[in-house]
Design a protein. Structure first.
Lengths: 311, 610
């Protein structure tokens, strides 16, 4: 009983679904507030994202006519499952570095694609040409960032020689964080760019492109399924920086002053992401792919080469 | 009779009987084929459970070149045998419905059953010449099966496949003779050659060419997509998707586990071939417009993972490669069978002409989704697990480049299957395809069974690993593991699946609170326009044109379309040049022919004098 109980609590309450969604929604408020201040607006109050979700929950669900809409409705849940599981794994391992829970780095990388996959499936199953267009763009974007992202993450693996999180965290505790090495810094920069694309934030909000294709994959969504997408996205905004901190920046610590330091690390990453979002125009999909497979990948390979020679 | 002969003799005899049964009593033939394959499957299970069996029978003897009819069933060969039986059964059942209206049914079942017999012979034989004999029979049967497609393309496809496979089988024959020269024996269980000398390397490469061509790895892969253009779909599901993979990778694994003592250099060669196969074939698959051809490129691409896994030379990697061989056979067969179901109902596999079949063919759709997620390695399905094992081995031998290639290849695979799912099942249905129905039970159950296996081998992957694959490489798990935890890797499929189901429930509760049950249907919103659905249909074939048009890729794709990476095409070109040179010698003048003859006679005489 006990063996089944703990994972369930982890997954549902802390640090899984409930915790991640609350912090994620707060993070999305930070995003909106900072964006508003950059644009000389006042911005919403802190509870706005929560109210938005509640309101969507109360709205009617409309599905495209003429089919059973099963995958149309299941797709949002896929993303929610993925991000919740990733967040649970990351936090359990950070809270208790010696433990083994569910999976290693490869597992996390795979689970991280589930939210994107959810958007793609939702868009493709929405019976709308704009949705299909958005889905194909999202898929191409995934291909674009996945290559440099993998190279950047495995730069760390080359350095550490293991893909277990306890080793990654342990190594950084003993030998200092990855950001002390030139290769680590380069990989970190690449990973931040890819994070921006993973979150489909400007300049990579090509799949949605509200002004052009009416937010693409989401065009047919309304009510609770749309709320789940919004929630998933907010949770990603929380989970992805935590992942980067775990891999590159020594992980999360919770004792005494370290707790403040952990919060600062996260806020710093969040602000970087928001600032990139607010100071760039949207790319076209071919430009984005050329950028990600060109300069970004070359940079990532450079980092990998540095790691192989021991820097 | 020794029980090892049953899986060879029963299907072979049943095949003969199929030839004798008159064309009209189709049912008898189908029942006979089903009974024979069920029998083979059951016998194979018995052999697997029985442990190690031998059959020794001297046959031909030329000095130490002893071709003995030796059969041996042990852990590895009998588990492959079991899957051969299983796929035979699945395809035979499916074909009963698929080939119902076809007038080549008689020969079809004969060839099918003989193929089962030949494949069983390959995995059971303990003598290299016997192995080669069965191997060659399987190649010829594949040629015959492809020609049953009955179109002009079929015979071209059959010719191409036979040329490439025949050529590589020659290499295998040469390799076996060399192996005999080095090792002094033809018995597989007695040979163990150390790599080191140049001659041993050449021998290994020659043997490996045979195995890799059968499995369909780059650069000897091009017969697979060619065959897809002409062969009946169940044939594709049966041979290139499952049996040829089992045989090719079985031989490759035997080569690197038993026949040769591998070293790092050859392992590296295999790994490079594997990585190129993954990326090259999946990039080709991305831009295909035909469902069968697209699937055939994936049949090539997935071999890369197996070769990569075996090339690592560490137990986890080999285990991953072998497990991937099984998993690939399962989901690829499932995919080809569902493509066949679509073809049967829609009469086309052209992705442009398909669309929106999800509600019309829910079973086919469901299994295709599961198989697509498996092949793309989405956790917790089976493809994820075997790929994950291969990744672990690559981490443990510190090969990040191959690791990235493999993982990126899996993202590309996902992209390609999103295109398939969209173009065939989602999207708007063309008006021509209205009124389409789901396939019947005989065609549906094989697909469903395979899809269930995909799920089962995913969330409970420890069991097949423990029962079938671990023992082959001497890797024993302690007790019944609830998670697979190795020195530097961790994945608990059962716990993860359980948590995912909990997550799904959370989502469903959210939907319940949001009253999703009481949803309203509305027309798709396209900027407020009300348009004809055939007009607004977006075909999935254009999904990745962006990639095709990226500056670095356009040239490569154009070259690939011209056949620059196809040894058959290149060999054909070279051959044509040679023939033209020889043609020029034929000037039709008697005196020049006479002088050629005289020169030849002179050379012969000279040689005989020596």
């Amino acid at each position: 009983m006990e063996r089944a109980f703990y994972p369930l609590v982890y997954f549902l309450i802390f640090p899984g679904f409930l915790f991640t969604s609350i912090i994620g929604l707060l993070a999305s408020w930070v995003d909106r507030k900072v964006t508003a201040r950059v644009q000389w607006r006042v911005g919403p109050p802190w509870y706005q994202p929560f109210v938005d979700i509640l309101k969507l929950m109360g709205k009617e669900t409309i599905v495209p006519a003429g089919h059973k809409a099963s995958f149309f409705l299941l797709a949002p849940l896929l993303g929610l499952i993925g991000v919740t599981l990733v967040s649970t794994i990351l936090w359990v391992l950070n809270l208790n570095p010696g433990s083994s829970f569910v999976g290693d780095l490869v597992v996390i990388l795979y689970l991280f694609t589930l939210p994107s996959l959810a958007v793609i499936i939702g868009g493709a199953a929405s019976k709308n040409p704009l949705g299909a267009l958005g889905a194909s763009r999202e898929m191409k974007l995934v291909l674009g960032y996945e290559l440099p992202f993998l190279i950047a993450i495995f730069t760390v693996v080359v350095k550490i020689g293991s893909i277990l999180f306890q080793d990654i965290l342990g190594f950084q505790q003993i030998n200092g964080i990855m950001l002390r090495h030139p290769s680590g810094i380069i990989a970190f920069v690449v990973a931040i760019i890819c994070t921006q694309a993973k979150l489909t934030m400007v300049p990579f909000d090509i799949p949605e492109a509200e002004q052009e294709i009416l937010s693409g994959p989401f065009v047919e969504y309304s009510g609770a399924p749309l709320a789940v997408y919004k929630l998933t996205r907010a949770m990603m905004l929380f989970t992805l920086p935590v992942f980067l901190i775990t891999v590159f920046w020594g992980g999360l610590q919770f004792s005494g002053w370290d707790l403040l330091w952990t919060v600062l690390k996260y806020v710093a990453l969040l602000v970087i992401i928001i600032l990139i979002k607010n100071t760039n125009p949207r790319l076209r999909i071919d430009q984005a792919m050329r950028f990600l497979w060109g300069p970004v990948t070359v940079l990532a390979i450079l980092g990998m080469v540095l790691a192989v020679v021991g820097l | 009779m020794n029980s090892l002969l049953w899986p060879i003799v029963v299907p072979a005899v049943a095949g003969f009987l199929c030839l004798l049964i008159p064309r009209r009593v189709r049912v008898v033939r189908e029942v006979l084929a089903l009974v024979a394959t069920v029998w083979t499957f059951v016998v194979a299970i018995q052999i697997f459970r029985g442990g190690e069996y031998f059959l020794q029978q001297d046959w031909l003897q030329f000095g130490s070149f002893a071709v003995a009819f030796d059969l041996r069933a042990y852990q590895f060969s009998s588990f492959v045998l079991m899957f051969i039986g299983f796929f035979g059964l699945v395809v035979a059942s499916y074909s009963a419905a698929y080939m119902a209206k076809s007038d080549v049914g008689k020969r079809y079942y004969t060839y099918l059953l003989w193929t089962v017999a030949a494949a069983s012979g390959v995995v059971l034989s303990d003598n290299l010449m016997i192995l080669l004999m069965f191997w060659e029979i399987a190649t010829i049967l594949f040629y015959l099966l492809v020609t049953l497609g009955g179109t002009k393309q079929s015979s071209a496809a059959a010719r191409k496949s036979f040329t490439i496979l025949g050529f590589s089988d020659c290499a295998l024959l040469l390799g076996i003779v060399f192996l005999w020269a080095i090792g002094g024996s033809l018995s597989i269980s007695h040979l163990s050659v150390k790599l080191g000398s140049g001659f041993a390397y050449i021998t290994f490469i020659l043997c490996a060419v045979g195995a890799l061509a059968k499995a369909g790895a780059w650069p000897v892969h091009s017969w697979v997509p060619a065959a897809a253009e002409g062969a009946p779909t169940p044939v594709m599901a049966f041979l290139p998707a499952s049996l040829d993979k089992l045989l090719g990778i079985y031989l490759l694994a035997r080569l690197s586990l038993d026949l040769f003592i591998m070293d790092r250099a050859m392992g590296l060669v295999l790994m490079i071939l594997g990585a190129i196969t993954i990326i090259f074939a999946v990039m080709m698959a991305l831009v295909q417009h035909d469902l069968k051809k697209l699937l055939s490129f994936h049949a090539v691409s997935q071999v890369g993972y197996m070769v990569l896994g075996i090339g690592t030379g560490v137990p986890i990697g080999i285990m991953g490669g072998l497990f991937h061989m099984v998993n690939n056979a399962i989901y690829k067969t499932c995919l080809f069978l569902s493509a066949g179901a679509v073809e049967k109902r829609a009469k086309t596999t052209d992705l442009v002409k398909l669309g929106g079949l999800a509600s019309a063919m829910p079973v086919t759709f469901g299994v295709t989704v599961i198989a697509s997620l498996s092949i793309s390695g989405v956790p917790p399905f089976n493809g994820f697990f075997s790929k994950w094992l291969i990744y672990q081995s690559l981490v443990s031998i510190q090969q990040p480049i191959f690791l990235i290639a493999a993982m990126f290849g899996s993202a590309l695979t996902l992209a390609s299957f999103i295109k398939v799912l969209y173009s065939v099942f989602w999207g708007e249905r063309p008006k021509k395809l209205h009124g389409i129905k789901e396939v019947g039970f005989l065609m549906a159950w094989p697909m469903v069974a395979l899809a269930l296996l995909c799920v089962l081998f995913g969330f409970a992957a420890q069991y097949p690993l423990q029962k079938f694959i671990g023992p082959v490489v001497g890797f024993n798990f302690e007790g019944v593991p609830e998670k697979v935890s190795m020195v530097n890797a961790l994945w608990s499929p059962t716990l993860a699946t359980a948590l995912m189901i909990v997550g799904l429930m959370v989502g469903l509760i959210i939907y319940l609170l949001g009253r999703v049950g009481r949803r309203r249907e509305a027309r798709a919103f396209i900027g407020g326009e009300v348009l004809d659905t055939d007009q607004t249909r977006v075909a999935g074939t254009g999904f990745y044109d962006t990639i095709r048009n990226l500056s670095g890729f356009r040239g490569v794709y154009n070259d690939a379309d011209k056949g620059v990476f196809d040894p058959y095409f290149l060999g054909g070109k070279l051959g044509a040049k040679l023939v033209r040179a020889l043609q020029d010698l034929h000037d039709g003048v008697l005196s020049s022919y006479l002088s050629w003859s005289l020169i030849g006679l002179g050379i012969l005489l000279f040689l005989m004098m020596m």
